[in-house]
Design a protein around this ligand. Structure first.
Ligand code: C2E
Ligand code: MG
Ligand code: MG
Length: 378
């Protein structure tokens, strides 16, 4: 019914002589003939985006959809139907990546970038077997009396030709292709194994935090995976902290709530990463079992420099505390930021001021030295 209504609306936006067809799934192709200027296609595109953004009333329920449109022009962007469709498709992916509900014209350099993405995605699928992935660990320090160090596991990919590729680059690609599920499984196994190793070596570590992507919450099985990894490694699930972002909560409310409840019942803590950059919704904080709020680096950077950042950080800390949550500040780089955070009663701090992400062996040395310092200071 949605597809039929969408087709009706799209047809309404074009002329009698134009063609509207459905390629499959939720993808439509519109062929506009006799356009005077290239801008005309964009105008029709905007019109389609707007008409599809209005509520779809299906069986008495309002549903909201958004459309992303890619435009390829004949003959500049391709002389054959195949080339035009391929390039329009590339532009459409750009429209989606740019935040959806928009129209994007194809540009030649998009192909080079699309090829780079495809190559990276292909190489990533071999990375686990070839041992190219590893985890680094960045400490976070608990400022409360008696507080111990924790660690956040951060993924690194050493590409055979490109060298080190940032997770900021490859995680979104893995999320789009779905391969993140395999990577996430590897990360969880490896992190638990390392935690056990540290425990065996007597490294006094409070918790290990692992980033879990929104896509991993889309399928059931995540809770079992975490339980299995902890069990296989021989650690208590209560040593683990799962870092999620707000998109997890927004996209898949009820199912995710259930999964989080199960994790919490197992003893796993939940922390909300990059807080302040998204919706920063109070109702989400209240509704979901989140233990820790991680204030995003962009607010920490401004501490001591602009009064707005300080006010925002103070407000997030006060609010989180009022709701009974712990607060971590990420991206702490200077003494000034650290002292201000201490003054504002921030519970945990993490950032280059204390340590960069480290390989496991150096991380253990850091923890031992740091715990000795805390003891000496006490
Ligand atoms: P994040 O979870 O918010 O991690 C914090 C990022 O900030 C890390 O970048 C860390 O190296 C960096 N950072 C820490 N302290 C400082 C500082 O004082 N200054 C500055 N400028 N940066 C600091 P990294 O390692 O490049 O990771 C980027 C993002 O990639 C992470 O953001 C996380 O969203 C994602 N990611 C990393 N590892 C994994 C993983 O295993 N699974 C998933 N799903 N995502 C991961
Ligand atoms: Mg994180
Ligand atoms: Mg973060």
């Amino acid at each position: 019914m949605v597809l039929r209504e969408a087709a009706r609306r799209i047809s309404f936006c074009v002329r009698e002589s134009d063609t509207v067809s459905r390629l499959g799934g939720d993808e439509f192709i519109v062929i506009l003939t006799q356009i005077q200027h290239s801008q005309d296609a964009g105008r029709v595109g905007e019109h389609v985006v707007k008409s599809l953004s209005e509520a779809f009333i299906i069986a008495g329920q309002n549903s909201f959809l958004s459309a992303s449109i890619g435009i390829a022009l004949y003959p500049e962007d391709g002389k054959s139907a195949e080339a035009l469709i391929k390039n329009a498709d590339t532009a459409m992916y750009r429209a989606k990546a740019g935040g959806r509900a928009q129209t994007v014209y194809f540009e030649e350099n998009m192909n080079a970038m699309a090829v780079a993405r495809v190559t990276l995605d292909r190489d990533l699928r071999r990375a686990i077997d070839r041992g190219e992935l590893k985890l680094l660990y960045q400490p976070f320090i608990d400022l409360r009396p008696g507080g111990k160090c924790g660690a956040e596991a951060l993924l690194r990919w050493n590409h055979p030709e490109l060298g080190s590729v940032s997770p900021v680059q490859f995680i979104p690609i893995a999320e789009e292709s779905g391969y993140i599920e395999h990577i996430g499984r590897w990360v969880m196994h490896e992190a638990c194994r390392q935690m056990k190793q540290w425990q065996t070596d007597g490294v006094a570590l409070d918790r290990l935090a692992v980033n879990v992507s929104a896509r991993q919450f889309r399928k059931p099985g995540l809770v079992d995976l975490i339980a299995e990894c902890a069990h296989a490694a021989g650690i208590a699930p209560s040593c683990l902290e799962v870092e999620i972002t707000e998109t997890v909560l927004i996209d898949h409310g009820p199912a995710v709530e259930q999964m989080l409840q199960e994790l919490v019942a197992m003893g796993v803590s939940i922390s909300l990463d990059d807080f302040g950059t998204g919706f920063s919704s109070l109702s989400y904080l209240k509704r979901f079992p989140v233990h820790t709020v991680k204030i995003d680096r962009i607010f920490i950077v401004g501490l001591g420099r602009d009064t707005d950042s300080e006010a925002i950080v103070a407000a997030i800390i006060a609010m989180a505390h009022a709701l009974g949550k712990t607060v971590t500040a990420e991206g702490v780089e200077t003494d000034e930021q650290w002292l201000l955070l201490r003054k504002l009663k921030c519970d945990r701090v993490q950032g280059f001021r204390f340590s960069r992400p480290l390989p496991a062996v150096q991380f253990a040395q850091f923890v031992t030295a740091n715990n000795a310092l805390t003891l000496a200071g006490a």
